[in-house]
Ligand binder design. Structure first.
Ligand code: 8YV
Length: 321
């Protein structure tokens, strides 16, 4: 009998076919997340699991594993998985680093430019038949060129975002736990600053840290209060790094110019008040959603599964496994 691989959500066909050449594949491609019960059962029966950020693989799920060798998360973030519990049972946990950062950085820039120049509300206005002639004050936005970009979290994605600022002649600040090597800072043209400084000096503040105990609610009421009234917050990382309620209050009172959110605290639920705000763009977690990148991510997921089931250490184990 071939080992069973469960895919918990929609996955590219080519990658499913590749898995099917070696394994029995159970594909849950309806677009709905598996219930906790179904997730537990799949964990009990499978040799490999392809999981998503919406699958909460906690200790109680992992405890049900019998011959599970690998949990291969389809994404770079892996805060949905209790890595310590998996490791304790000898189950590999992998993610997809190195393949989605440029795509997510492109997307971050789309949000920077889109919010700065009111692209989404202006499109809505035009579609609704409200454009009755050129107006000198119609959808005035802010410049991006020559302004200050603040990058919180200069990992792969943060660095790819910072690199793109060169063409916009921006001052680039970054903040994270550890300073980058000087050569890397020079390459990026980025200056290491404190959290207080990045908050108070950035015109565009973009967040790229993973969700950990340390980063949970790192941008809350106190931090937002330090931002300029003309500043924008761009958040494509993980819900709960930003305190959405504090952000909604700040946006309501125009304490900052605007925000763009691709992730939410209790995703897919939207934090109360968000949909009523004109100065906030809200998107359904599509940072890495390009055809090429989603396929490349899937190929890496398959590589990891094949590695694990053929007795090798998978190529992209999550840090700390
Ligand atoms: C994934 C993401 O698509 O990589 C990540 O961390 O947020 C997205 O690229 C998402 O995690 C789906 O599982």
């Amino acid at each position: 009998m071939k080992p069973l691989i469960t895919i918990t959500q929609v996955f590219p066909e080519k990658a499913i076919e590749r898995l099917g050449q070696q394994f029995e594949v159970r594909y849950h491609g309806s677009g709905q997340s598996l219930s906790l019960e179904a997730l537990g059962q799949a964990t009990a029966e499978s040799a490999g699991m392809v999981t998503y950020l919406s699958d909460k693989i906690d200790q109680s799920i992992i405890a049900q594993a019998q011959s599970l060798k690998i949990i291969a998360n389809y994404g770079a973030g892996f805060n949905n998985i209790d890595v310590a519990s998996a490791r304790a049972k000898g189950i590999f946990v992998t993610n997809t680093p190195g393949v989605l950062h440029e795509t997510t950085a492109d997307f971050t820039w789309a949000l920077i430019l889109g919010t700065a120049r009111c692209i989404i509300p202006a499109d809505r206005f035009t579609r609704e038949g409200k454009f009755h002639g050129w107006g000198a004050k119609l959808f005035l936005g802010h410049d991006v060129y020559g302004k200050t970009l603040g990058v919180i979290g200069c990992g792969e994605i943060g660095r790819a975002v910072a690199r793109r600022a060169t063409g916009f002649n921006m001052r680039v600040l970054y903040h994270q736990r550890n300073r980058l090597p000087e050569s890397e800072e020079q390459l990026l043209g980025a200056e290491f600053v404190s959290l207080e400084q990045i908050l108070s000096e950035s015109d565009y503040l973009t967040v790229h840290v993973p969700l950990t105990d340390e980063t949970k609610y790192m941008i809350g009421e106190k931090e937002i209060a330090l931002m300029k009234p003309t500043a924008y917050l761009i958040h494509t990382a993980r819900g709960k790094v930003v305190d959405d309620k504090a952000l909604v209050s700040a946006l309501k009172e125009n304490r900052i110019a605007g925000a763009a959110l691709d992730v939410f605290e209790d995703e897919p639920a939207l934090t109360e008040g968000l949909t009523e705000l004109d100065n906030c763009v809200i998107l359904p977690h599509i940072g890495s959603a390009s055809f090429d990148t989603r396929n490349t991510m899937a190929e890496l997921v398959v590589d990891n599964i094949i590695d694990a089931l053929e007795g090798r250490t998978p190529r992209t184990l999550v840090p700390g496994w």
